[in-house]
Design a protein around this ligand. Structure first.
Ligand code: 4AD
Ligand code: MG
Length: 463
């Protein structure tokens, strides 16, 4: 046995005739007079292969094990299918059951299980329609991300996941430490001195690869990390994970304008790639999860994004007459309800909001001459809200140092980041796109916990 067996995807496209073997998991089995029908799926495509077994062609003792969830191989011949929905089917004359699945206790037995229930059986849910489709869209999107950047000469850089610096200055970080022991079911500290800890100082899981990638943009010109990021925020929402993947392109010799252009081209191209290559999966999402999905994606792939300033956005929100939970005034952080109103109701397509007040953004953003705003950009899309956050970076040493001081951040810790402004600095800009939010957008899935194989959130680290 090796990987060179034929996928169901390829069998479904083959001409009838010839003997073949099909491997996979039984999705359903239906028995009628004199014949058994099995829907077999191996995850290679949305469609199942229909396998037809004539009664008596296979010993009952074997046939008995062909139940939902069982892993099997069928041997037989590929024949033209008289039934609707498929061109060919497999007329099986032999089978091997690799792994039976007791129908009494197999958890994925019932149709119509809720997303919440499926989350509790995340070790099995990939065999169902929804999570199979999510996995394929996710896989293809990751490939499309790399293709987009590689086609444009960007280098993929592997930024570290363990760090000593707080990239966003927001403080919601997981500690990485070996000072902790579990003794009799309780935590005990081996030492309370960070200098005695593994890295000799407080260390964390990274919230963003940005600070590290800025070292490589000044040397490789165009770069992108695509890695897991970790945030210990206690936000129990459908759009936040404690562990998520972020793509963080960074361009040298680039300002906020070039950054917006890249973000727009990137999002539109990845959407187009899904439309071109994941047709069956998207059709399923369109039908069962988010009616109108394909039309919306086609519209977004084909039209330019709106661009407004934060000040414009605040004016629009104030003039809207909507009663928001959080009132809006210049200087406030835009909440998800505001972001969604702007992109869904007011503008009706993706919108890039720029030039936010410096008080609500991170220390590293380029400071505008007005003394009040920074060259930040958030890309907001319908259904999701914020998909991308980015900025032109402050590349002037004196301005950057002043901002770090003003915000009360530990300047010493950023010594190497400041060095980048001392030696061979250049105007540069970048952004971060949350990969799971992109997958939500592509699939119409409502909860971010359902677009990653194993979600991490408060109290959720089972698998
Ligand atoms: O806006 P954020 O916090 O920006 C940064 O971290 C920058 N350092 C990125 C950069 O300029 N290189 O995060 C960027 C994106 C968000 O727009 C969102 O899509 C996603 O990352 N994101 C999350 N996704 C899932 N769960 C979370 N807890 C997320 N936090 C951010
Ligand atoms: Mg943000």
């Amino acid at each position: 046995m090796d990987y060179r067996r034929t996928y169901v995807r390829d069998l479904l496209k083959s001409q009838p005739g010839g003997s073949v073997s099909a491997y996979g998991w039984v999705k359903t089995r239906r028995d009628s007079k004199g014949v058994h029908f099995v829907q077999l799926n191996d995850g290679s495509c949305f469609a199942d292969l229909q396998v037809v077994l004539e009664a008596g062609s296979i010993p009952d003792s074997e046939l008995k094990k062909v139940t939902t969830g069982a892993c099997v191989r069928f041997d037989g011949s590929l024949v033209e299918s008289p039934g609707e929905g498929q061109a060919v089917e497999l007329k099986a004359t032999a089978l091997e059951v690799f792994g039976p699945a007791d129908p009494e206790s197999y958890p994925l037995q019932k149709k119509g299980a809720t997303m919440e229930f499926l989350r509790e059986i995340a070790h099995l849910r990939v065999r169902g329609n929804t999570f199979g489709a999510v996995s394929r869209v996710r896989n293809r999107a990751a490939w499309a991300v790399h293709k987009f950047f590689q086609d444009r000469g960007f280098s993929w850089v592997h930024t570290p996941m363990i760090t000593a610096s707080d990239a966003e200055g927001a403080g919601a970080m997981f500690h990485v430490s070996t000072s902790l022991e579990v003794k009799n079911g309780k935590y005990a500290l081996k030492s309370d001195d960070p200098a005695q800890d593994f890295f000799g100082k407080p260390s964390f899981l990274t919230v963003s690869g940005q600070l590290n990638i800025e070292t490589h943009v000044l040397g490789l010109t165009n770069v992108y990390p695509f890695s897991p990021c970790f945030r210990a925020e206690n936000s129990n929402t459908a759009r936040h994970l404690s562990e998520f993947w972020m793509i963080e392109p960074e361009q040298a010799f680039c300002d906020i304008e070039g950054n917006m252009n890249l973000a727009e081209e990137f999002v539109r191209e990845v959407i187009q790639d899904a439309l071109d290559n994941q047709t069956d999966d998207l059709a399923f999402f369109d039908q069962r999860i988010e009616p109108g999905l394909i039309k919306t994606l086609e519209h977004v792939a084909g039209s330019s994004f709106e661009r407004i300033t934060y000040t414009d956005a605040v004016e629009m929100l104030r003039a809207s007459g909507e009663s928001f939970e959080f009132p809006v005034s210049w200087g406030c952080d835009l909440q998800s309800e505001h972001e969604r109103w702007l992109t869904e109701k007011k503008i009706g397509k993706p919108v890039i909001v720029t030039d936010y007040p410096k008080e609500i953004k991170a220390f590293y953003m380029y400071q505008n001459d007005d003394g009040k705003t920074v060259r930040a950009m958030d890309v907001l899309v319908p259904r999701i809200g914020e998909l991308i956050g980015g900025s032109q970076r402050e590349d002037r040493l004196d301005r950057l140092e002043r901002r770090i001081d003003e915000m009360g951040l530990p300047k010493e810790a950023y010594w190497w980041y400041l060095d980048l402004r001392r030696f061979g600095s250049a105007p540069h800009a970048g952004f971060g796109l949350g990969f799971e939010r992109l997958i939500m957008y592509l699939t119409g899935m409502k909860n971010i916990r359902d677009v990653i194989p194993f979600h991490r959130a408060v109290g959720q680290a089972e698998f």
